[in-house]
Design a protein around this ligand. Structure first.
Ligand code: SF4
Length: 490
């Protein structure tokens, strides 16, 4: 059976998960192959294309597996730089190397691995050293004389000024010594992965994540633990307390015994599930809302970022604010809506700031959902557009985070422990749904905007995309207005 670098990375995360994926693909739950993941992959390819400019004259290998392998062998005898050089070993290990470069001094091939990140990662989820170690082992086993190893990643301090300066944008780090140190470990892990994949069956009776909190599990969790409910004790406690409950056979939150040691917040969550009734502190909510100043400006941004900065002044992955929706609510109940959507990259944020200044008065609370996001964007915009600094700082001083009410004073069993607007809205206002919209979340929004600005869309499609984006962002702020009204009526 073939073991690719991606398989190996997945094995390091979870052997059972890899086994299911490779041996029982019909049972494997890949989860929704989200737009977010697709964007990460696309970002990776874009970064690779830029890096290739550092190696002029490099030859790109493409085609099916046989062609990739055969062409690589040809190029090893006549080229200096190969992009996507491909190797396979007798054991079934398979690797495509981003850049293989012949070192005329050592007479060996150096490996360059490209990462769309701004650091070399060595944690459990992403270990770039082990990635390169795998590539090295495969290429060497396939008979290639490998020399040094390098990881190329993005310089997080680089700010674009005019054309992208690829020599400033990328950092090339020699990791040969780390690879040497890790090689024996990686070899042993490869052997374990191959042994795992040689098994015809594995135990389906539980997996390691049973004893971890719900955020750490993969989409296969319920394949191995079908007895665990979707919203379970894993959402309330972790560590020793989780282990104690599981050892007692308690999976449902409502089955947690009265005398089990919990914090007040955890106990409230249990009470919610036991009674099925919300816990609402009306007095605190009234007091909080009483501190707001009318008119209220309900504000929401949509943003777009890429590893290669697209605009002058931007760093890697810095978010470009391309859209805003503002609902203005006066004390007498009058509601007005303002919006802005950039047509393209040039002038996107200056147009947005002009629009924002046109609708936001000098007095009134600014209501957002999860304030760190909008506040951080305002600070970045202030840096990029110092002429608007006072205005943006003033907005930040007037921000009120509506989500806080749902963290502190309003809990509902159907929120399932979350205060996200996507959980709160369908419970409080089921009639106001994102589900009927063509664009249903922020990732879809940025992906549609990207398609629109990159060209190739018909005029009709551009108009449809604009309309969909405007509808989506408007619902974000309208939802906050309606949630505010629900709270005010309490
Ligand atoms: S949930 Fe289970 S299958 Fe998934 S990563 Fe955790 S241990 Fe592996």
């Amino acid at each position: 059976m073939t073991l690719t670098k991606t398989d190996f990375k997945e094995f390091l995360l979870c052997d059972k998960c890899l086994w299911l994926k490779k041996k029982r693909p019909e049972e494997y739950t890949p989860g929704e192959f989200s737009l977010f993941l697709q964007k990460l992959i696309k970002d990776g390819y874009e970064v690779e294309e830029y890096v290739q400019k550092l190696f002029p004259g490099g030859v790109f290998v493409s085609g099916n597996k046989e062609t990739l392998l055969a062409r690589t062998q040809e190029l090893l005898h006549g080229s200096e730089t190969i992009f996507q050089a491909t190797f396979e070993t007798n054991e079934g290990l398979f690797a495509k190397i981003d850049i293989l470069n012949f070192n005329t001094e050592t007479r060996k091939w150096d490996i360059y691995e490209v990462k769309a990140s701004s650091e070399i990662k060595t944690d459990l989820k992403h270990n770039h050293i082990k990635d390169v170690g795998f590539q090295t082992i495969v290429a060497e086993d396939a008979g290639t004389n490998i020399g040094d190893s390098y990881i190329i990643y993005i310089n997080k301090e680089y700010r674009r000024a005019g054309e992208v300066d690829i020599n400033q944008l990328f950092i090339i780090e020699n990791v040969t010594e780390q690879i040497k140190e890790e090689k024996a470990v990686v070899c042993a892990e490869i052997e374990r992965a191959l042994a795992m994949l040689a098994k015809d069956d594995i135990s389906r009776n539980g997996c390691d994540c049973l004893y971890k909190s719900h955020g750490q599990r993969c989409d296969c969790f319920h394949k191995f633990n079908p007895q665990v409910p979707e919203y379970s004790v894993h959402h309330i406690v972790q560590g020793n307390k989780l282990r104690q409950l599981l050892d007692m056979g308690v999976l449902e939150i409502s089955d947690i015994p009265e005398d089990f040691d919990l914090t007040d917040i955890q106990r409230d969550k249990v009470t919610l599930q036991k009674t099925g009734r919300p816990i609402v502190n009306d007095e605190a909510i009234t007091e909080t809302l009483g501190q707001l100043t009318f008119p209220l400006y309900f504000l929401d941004y949509e943003t777009y970022g890429t590893p290669i900065p697209l605009l002058d002044g931007y760093k890697t992955n810095q978010q470009i604010v391309f859209q805003v929706s503002v609902h203005k609510l006066d004390a007498d109940g009058t509601l007005e809506h303002f919006e802005y959507l950039a047509d393209g990259l040039p002038g996107a944020t200056s147009g947005l700031l002009e629009a924002l200044r046109g609708c936001m008065g000098p007095v009134g609370s600014v209501i957002v959902w999860y304030e760190p996001f909008e506040k951080a964007r305002n600070l970045e915009l202030a840096e990029l557009h110092p002429e608007h600094r006072d205005f943006l700082e003033d907005i930040n001083n007037r921000v009120f985070d509506l989500m806080k009410v749902f963290k502190e004073d309003y809990q509902h069993p159907d929120f399932q422990g979350s205060a996200s607007i996507k959980k709160v809205l369908p419970v409080l206002l089921p009639e106001l749904s994102y589900k009927t919209l063509d664009i249903q979340n922020g990732t879809m929004a940025l992906s549609e905007w990207e398609k629109m600005i990159k060209g190739g869309m018909s005029d009709d499609d551009i108009e449809k995309t604009k309309a969909n984006l405007l509808k989506y962002c408007a619902l974000d702020t309208m939802a906050m207005v309606e949630i505010f009204e629900v709270l005010r009526r309490k």
